[in-house]
Design a protein around this ligand. Sequence first.
Ligand code: NDP
Length: 334
Amino acid sequence: NRRFLLVRRPRGYPVEEDFSLIASDIPSPPKGGFVVRNHFASLDPAQRGWMDDEESYLPPIALDDPVRATTIGMVHASDHPSFPVGQWVMGLNALEDFSVVVPGGFTMPIDAAAVASPSHYLSALGAVGLTAYFGLVEAARPKAGETLLVSGAAGAVGSAVGQIGKILGCRVIGIAGGAEKCRRLLDDYGFDAAIDYKGKDHAALVEAIAQAAPEGADIVFENVGGHVLEAEVFNLARHARIILCGLISEYNAASREGLRNLWQILARCATIHGFLISDYVDRFPEGATQMAQWLADGRLRVDEDIQYGLENAYSAFMRLFTGENTGKLILRIV
Ligand code: NDP
């Protein structure tokens, strides 16, 4: 049983020495629990936050514990009648070959036969797709004709947000890094306009957004923070809603600076709405049904960036912070 451990808290960008891949025996199921053979693991920006010793919505990953991750796998050994051997499951486990699930642990059965690949439960039908769905539909409540500005737009959450915005009749503008990602926003995901934030200083980014959204953005779906958010707040429509979904530009920063120019929020009577997908767990089936329908109708495109092998967990994870990932980043374990 190979396990990818956090052995030191990263300072800034994680380095390989912060982790260690060890081998141990395959565990046995605890009384009333079971053991999962992990096949796919979700690699998420949030994992970087869990590596810090900081107050958050989940406790920090303990040192010498495997890196916490949502995984998809098959029950390998079981002492739980509802989770027989061979059942596909999804749960909050770790980057390891085998995970022990104790009674009451967060794991649910999934219908692997209903999808082309079980990995879809980590992308379109998983937390990422549902973050886009509930973050936009419920937190932002878009109306047809509104202008939606999405940062991190070519990523897993952002690309789904933009496409859902189009389905709901919004004019959608995406901000992403590099010409190729901007091309994909327009050609692959059907955005109305795309802005490359790379190489642009504050004034140039403010201007580029102003050109794409002359009336200002009614909704900002924020995945990035930092200087991208600072430029966005100068382009708000009156009563704009900013959905604060993620702040990836800050996850490896030595210190958190906070948003300057808060005056722009006041001046536009705007709202900042902190959003966490965990608030919507009870409504996952409803969101997943809608996402599955849009997928089946060809109205939603979902890309997965599948990397292989627990031994490559570090380099795979870092793709999120170099911008190399092309879609939902997933580690295939077996
Ligand atoms: P993505 O697939 O979007 O991958 C991360 C992308 O972020 C990279 O490809 C890169 O794109 C961009 N990025 C990385 N570093 C920087 C930087 N310093 N400045 C600007 N952009 C950067 O990841 P996800 O879709 O999984 O996550 C997107 C966001 O959503 C994250 O902030 C995450 O924390 C958040 N999230 C929040 C949830 C919630 O419940 N609130 C749930 C799930 C995700 P580029 O090349 O364009 O720079």
